[in-house]
Design a protein around this ligand. Sequence first.
Ligand code: FES
Length: 107
Amino acid sequence: VNVTFVLASGARLPVEIDEGESAREAALYNDVPGIDGDCGGACACATCHVHVDPAWIDRVGRLPPDSMEGQLLQFAEGATANSRLACQIRMTDRLNGLILHVPEQQY
Ligand code: FES
């Protein structure tokens, strides 16, 4: 499936990733700058913060604020209602073509 990362500079990086992998892996395997994913995808570091494109947020799903992911995102710089942790976005056919905006910095 295809994911496009839009960097803070405006550059667009389309990458391919297998179904079942996370958006964090899509970024890391393809050296997308700006996604660190320090904790290895365990939902424990918030350095894989992305802004889901408004056209996709309903399909990805907004976060319940009392979830573990939501609590971590409170520490992410510039988090908004469209923020998610890339390691918690499981790629499926439904998300083919997903657009994720990479924040300028992770913290
Ligand atoms: Fe650490 Fe996503 S990689 S929270």
